[in-house]
Design a binder for this molecule. Structure first.
Ligand code: PEP
Ligand code: MN
Length: 366
């Protein structure tokens, strides 16, 4: 797809292309109250009709009935409506009810068979199709989903960056890992890239800064969740903005074209720093897991009267890890240093376990 076509379907001008509205269409009243204050400030209104919940027992959307509520409101106050589709039945119903744009959610992008079925069901449609990144940081799955849709002849395509799940505790619900969408952009320079700061943040306090960062990185648009009573929302209550907060956010966004060079450097630094934060979190996590295993082994050694220090095991650890580290391009002296520190701490932890066991036996014998 050519860049000028993209600009045409995404609207033009300097304002970012906006998709905003509630996470889910909950009732005719909720939808109307959430959407009316937005219509003048958005290109498409979003609203979940079918909600893929990670665990059962939560609100899963009202389905076709909600599409009728949307259309009733559209007749009174014209706007363009976008929703998520995850099955071929959703596609059929969305097209039957003249939905203006659809997106494929993060939990669907992970499944190539499902993507192929959806792409086939969408064949011949002229509405835009957006593809969210998969839940986990796998660029190839995201690229693959885009290619499958392109092959099916879907022309009005865009990618949505909604962050990536992390098993360790993080500030954001889904850390952005900006490098991945930027790599996608390198592969598809003309594919519009939209940021979904709501699902990245998970909490409304971060949405403004993430939106600004996306614009600084030259994203084409934003998808933001807005609800007239965010705290009462049936899905994603913590990350939805009130309509007033949404309009304030839009007014506060800066187009930094005047300081392009400076902004670019700043954005690149932020991307790299985020990658460092992520790495540090991962190795600290791994270290904590290692130390838990060390303590566990300490207990086994104590119970079976095995000596704490096993020279053979230590020399195997030392040699193999040095090799692994060298293969990864790490400096040998640095790795040796680090390994000695870790080993020292492990011995200390196991010694403590032996001492505690001894003290408790003494207490019993007294
Ligand atoms: C959503 O947009 O409400 C949604 C469920 O998004 P994601 O697929 O990014 O989790
Ligand atoms: Mn949501």
């Amino acid at each position: 797809m050519l860049a000028h076509e993209v600009k045409k379907w995404m609207g033009s001008g300097n304002a970012p292309f906006m998709i905003s509205g509630p996470c889910s269409v909950e009732s005719p009243e909720q939808f109307k109250s959430s959407v009316l204050p937005l219509i003048a400030h958005t290109d498409y209104v979003r609203g979940g009709i079918w909600k893929p919940r990670t665990r059962p027992g939560y609100f899963e959307g009202h389905g076709e009935k909600a599409l009728q509520w949307v259309n009733a409101l559209k007749e009174e106050y014209p706007f363009r409506f976008a929703t998520e589709i995850a099955t071929t039945e959703h596609v059929e119903l969305a097209l039957k009810h003249q939905v203006d744009m659809v997106w494929i959610g993060a939990r669907t992008t992970v499944n190539p068979f499902q993507i192929s079925e959806l792409a086939e069901a969408l064949q011949g449609t002229t509405i835009p199709v957006l593809i969210k990144n998969p839940i986990h940081p796998d660029l190839a799955l995201w690229t693959g989903a885009i290619e499958r849709c392109m092959k099916a002849g879907i022309h009005r395509l865009a990618a949505v960056h909604r962050g990536f799940h992390s098993y360790s505790k993080t500030t954001y619900r889904n850390p952005p890992l900006w490098q991945i969408p930027l790599d996608l952009k390198r592969e598809f320079p003309n594919l519009p890239l939209i940021c979904d700061p709501s699902h990245i943040a998970g909490e409304r306090q971060w949405i403004g800064s993430i939106s600004q960062q996306a614009l600084d990185l030259n994203y084409d648009g934003l998808m933001i969740e807005v609800h007239h009573h965010p705290d009462q929302a049936l899905s994603d209550p913590k990350q939805q903005l009130s309509p007033e907060a949404y309009v304030n956010l839009l007014n506060g966004l800066q187009k930094r074209t005047d300081h392009f060079e400076e902004t670019l450097v700043q954005s690149q630094l932020e991307v790299l720093r985020e990658s460092i934060d992520q790495s540090d979190q991962q190795w600290l996590d791994a270290l904590a897991t290692r130390m838990r295993s060390v303590k566990h082994i300490g207990k086994v050694k104590e119970a079976y009267n095995v000596a704490i220090f096993q020279p053979e095991r230590w020399s195997t650890i030392f040699e193999t890890r040095k090799e692994w580290a060298a293969e990864l391009g790490l400096n040998e002296a640095f790795t040796s240093h680090l390994l000695r520190h870790i080993h020292e701490e492990s011995i200390k932890l196991q010694t403590e376990i032996f001492q505690e066991a001894k003290e408790s036996t003494n207490m019993h014998n007294e």
